[in-house]
Design a protein around this ligand. Sequence first.
Ligand code: DON
Length: 585
Amino acid sequence: MRLKHQITAAKLMGYNRFLLTAALCSSLLYGCAVDEAPSADSTTKTDGGMVATRSALASQIGADILAQGGNAIDAAVAVGFALAVTYPAAGNLGGGGFMVISLADGTTVANDHREMAPDRATKDMFLNIDSQVVEGLSTRSHLSSGVPGSVAGLLDALEKYGTMSRAEVIQPAIDLAVKGIVLDADLAGSFQRHIEEFIDYPATAAIFTRDGEAYQVADLWVQADLGASLERIKADGKAGFYAGKTADLLVAEMQRGGGLISHADLRNYHSVWRQPIKGSYRGYDIVSMPPPSSGGILLVQMLNMLETFDIAGMGHGSVQSIHTLIEAQRRAYADRATYLGDSDFYPVPISKLTNKAYALARFADFDPSKASLSQSTGAGQLPAESMETTHASIIDRHGNAVAYTTTLNLSYGSKIVVPGAGFLLNNEMDDFVLKENVANYYGLVGGEANSIQPGKRMLSSMSPTIVRKDDQPLLVTGSPGGSTIITTPLQVIINVLDHGMSLADAVASPRFHHQWLPDEVLIEPGAVSPQTQTALAAMGHQEFVLLEPDALLGDANSVMRVAKDFVGVADPRGAGAAVGVRASK
Ligand code: DON
């Protein structure tokens, strides 16, 4: 597996953030109404609420909403719309996401706004007449898009649990789109790296290039069409996206490019309120995303397997702790391939998979001195295309918290902008099983549970997660990373709860990942020392893939309550920022 995140070295990111903050503060849009400027390092601490996202501009918008008296849900929705403007590789109107919410009264709920397969989708739509998967069809074509869910989900969350008006939470995003943002090295660099893909589509090139040439750092980047699409949502709510001009433009582009999404698909799209997956780990409650994500189930399953071991006593980075975690990951991901899919279409055995007794039985064949073997067939190598999802963590001083993960699937999704509407379409259809036991982009395999059916939502790994103590949110985390997403919050949680690390160390600490197939351990530099790797190899862990510094595991922008304060951490692997507000505000 070759993961290709667009992540530059941590130091450079600090510099990018500085540039961005400088640009922000010098712009007329925001003046310098910054309660807590993004800090030079990756940690921010304050007492009135905290927002950590991949985009300093989006974090600032979320913090402004909290400072204006909005709650964490208001801030999350504003962040969602802002990310569509400031972080177009993953933030979106044309994609989907998940929002896990923990309310001050102790209630927890999850909004599923995952894309749905269009009504005319068929199980074999990505196969040729010889029943072979047609390369690129599920990632780089109009057929690759599911019916977008983000707008419905964000507006439903605002209506149900927010306190502010639609205009109040969308206007900051409109301002950024219409007045423009100053490109920092992170965004300009990302556009430059993808320019070859953008120029395939005139409407995409019109936005992400300057007349076919690469944008440069410090250029002003204006997105007028996207601003107009956001205006229509502000004016008409969901109808401003799923009907009217935006819907007409989207359907026209589908018809032009041979895609399937119709007016009826858009009209019928709906987000779903679901009960989160709930588990416990050493006295803490784990609240995470249910199907159509596999994230919550696998996270709880792995924590259940690990709970009976003295992970802290083994020591962080030790042979024994890495071996134990790999074996938990291997078993959980093997279950994913068989049992997980959209529970509205397939009977996912949720309670069994998250049951502690099941985890014990599942882990009974664990040998502390020897690696198990994953079957060695079925999973393929991944092409070296970059991928992008993004996670935001938000907590307010009233006791509400939101874990929000959103995506177009791969970086910039299908790369297809809806002409005149200014937003990219997702290529989420690749998350379905295109053909039994043929690996998708992330090397994941599966079967009937995740087969394509009209109206079904493709299985995800996105794992927005809230750890609670005594019914109150303690830690909010999540990550991008495709198949590797789930093992990132796993390690952040274990680092905090077992190894007693600060949130900053827990997030920054090098990670590793195993997903059953392919049978290999991905390791970030520093995650496994040479001696540890030798010892693990002797136990049967044969295949290690050392990741390049620009292709690391995840981007876990996280927030945590520490005594009366809130700590926010932008993962040093990404160029995000944590921005807090003071309680006195
Ligand atoms: O839902 C999923 O599991 C994938 N579509 C997520 C894609 C992703 O994380 C890409 N980013 N790094």
